[in-house]
Design a protein around this ligand. Structure first.
Ligand code: ADP
Ligand code: MG
Length: 206
């Protein structure tokens, strides 16, 4: 039987993301200080703390609404580029999940695929441009196989940004000097998917 998940699964995931981002904020900021403006950790810490707080206060009852609420919160609390980009990711994914009470892993992969396409459209970036998309695109592909495969693919994608030259976002202003550094946004995207896999494991899903 195919395992299905409800709204509370996504609320637990996003609460775990808030904790993970808090734990890793210094590392994310350090990466952003090398090729950006040293605010990625602070941006996401503020954003996901607000998301977790909103969801804890008034948890929406459908999975789609959990993600659209979270996305809206990110857009309104994060000033940097990553706020609207992650906000769009979650909003579009939530809208694609629709009004259903439950979803399975394949449906989540499809909805996240639509979310990732929206991120690419908003920011004009593609795989290879040294952005969060270098982790998000392979992660969604991996999710068609398993939560663990999604997490591993995101991590590999994030590590793969090191030799790339940034073509989008603040890091692109550095040109060749962006080579040799891991992209902060790809790193936080890998964190989103390792946390998703960990949340799935607590439900006995792989
Ligand atoms: P800012 O760049 O405004 O300071 P953050 O530091 O929070 O915002 O986020 C930086 C990250 O956002 C980058 O590491 C990159 O992964 C991602 N990013 C920036 N611009 C784009 C874009 N056009 N498309 C996709 N991701 C992007
Ligand atoms: Mg920054």
């Amino acid at each position: 039987m195919t395992e299905t998940f409800g709204a509370e699964f996504l609320v637990r995931w996003l609460a775990a993301v808030a904790e993970a981002v808090e734990r890793e904020a210094d590392r994310l900021t350090e990466l952003d200080s090398a090729i950006g403006d040293a605010d990625h950790g602070a941006n996401l810490k503020r954003g996901f703390a607000a998301v977790a707080e909103t969801l804890a206060k008034e948890p929406p009852t459908t999975p789609g609404a959990v993600l659209t609420t979270a996305g809206r919160q990110l857009i309104s609390t994060v000033g940097g580029a990553s706020g609207p980009l992650y906000g769009t990711l979650l909003r579009r994914t939530g809208k694609t999940l629709g009004e259903d009470e439950r979803f399975d892993r394949t449906q989540l992969a499809e909805a996240l695929g639509a979310g990732v396409a929206a991120v690419s459209q908003l920011g004009g970036a593609q795989v290879g441009d040294k952005t969060m998309l270098d982790a998000l695109v392979p992660a969604v592909e991996g999710l068609r196989t398993s939560f663990g495969a999604a997490s591993a693919a995101a991590e590999e994608g994030a590590l793969g940004t090191v030799p790339l030259r940034a073509r989008k976002g603040r890091a692109s202003y550095l040109g060749e000097r962006s080579v040799g550094h891991q992209d902060p946004g790809a790193t936080s995207s890998a964190l989103l998917f390792s946390t998703l896999a960990a949340t799935a494991r607590t439900e006995g899903a792989s």
